[in-house]
Design a protein around this ligand. Structure first.
Ligand code: AMP
Length: 194
């Protein structure tokens, strides 16, 4: 198989965020559906996660949510998804999200999103997968994160190649272009060992 068939999206679950972030989540959901790229995400119906899933579904896209039982019980799960996989733990959930996608996009979010970003980046650094990682730096939201990564490299705690393991994009259209580009150059089968 070539191309990106499924994109794992990590993004905020908060409702209290500026309209520009909500609008970008909506735009990304519809564009992914139009490009026939399935969405894999945390399965929640809250914040940017819910907006993205609703927009993708409304445009005829396929959306898979992977949620741990304890969050589903709190009725935070999205019940209208193409597929909702319920798992026992956060670890199992993150493993399945990563396994079920061909690439990752990090949208603005909070500590949950940061946790997911650092895990998928460190797994790539350790050679556990070779999938593309895109950071959607809307309105320079992630600038402090890139400053932190530079500091890690400058102080010798991380090797400079960590910066080449991620691609920074500044808008939803640039993310879509990057996905199309990386799909064209993508090797036929990417290894993964989670
Ligand atoms: P945060 O950035 O702290 O809002 O956390 C969002 C990220 O953590 C998402 O990418 C999800 O995978 C996960 N997450 C946090 N809260 C929920 C929730 N209520 N339902 C599903 N996933 C969640």
């Amino acid at each position: 198989m070539t191309g990106i068939a499924r994109l794992c999206v990590y993004c905020g679950s908060s409702r209290a965020v500026a309209p520009l972030y909500r609008e970008a989540a909506r735009e990304l959901g519809s564009r992914l559906a139009a490009a026939r790229i399935g969405v894999v995400f945390g399965g929640g119906h809250v914040g940017l996660m819910g907006i993205l899933a609703d927009a993708a579904l409304a445009s005829g896209g396929k959306v898979t949510g992977i949620i741990p039982e304890h969050l589903r019980k709190k009725e935070l799960a999205h019940n209208g998804l193409t597929r909702l996989i319920v798992v026992d733990s956060m670890h199992e959930r993150k493993r399945l999200m990563a396994e079920n996608a061909d690439a990752f996009a990090i949208l603005p979010g909070g500590i949950g999103t940061l946790d997911e970003f650092f895990e998928i980046l460190s797994w790539k650094k350790l050679g556990l997968h070779e999938k593309p990682i895109f950071v959607l730096d809307l309105a320079r939201y992630w600038a402090p994160l890139f400053t932190l990564l530079d500091t890690l490299v400058e102080s010798g705690f991380a090797s400079p190649d960590i910066l080449s393991l991620i691609e920074r994009v500044e808008s939803v259209p640039s993310l879509m272009e990057a996905l199309a580009r990386s799909g064209r150059f993508r090797r036929k089968s990417l290894s993964q060992r989670f």
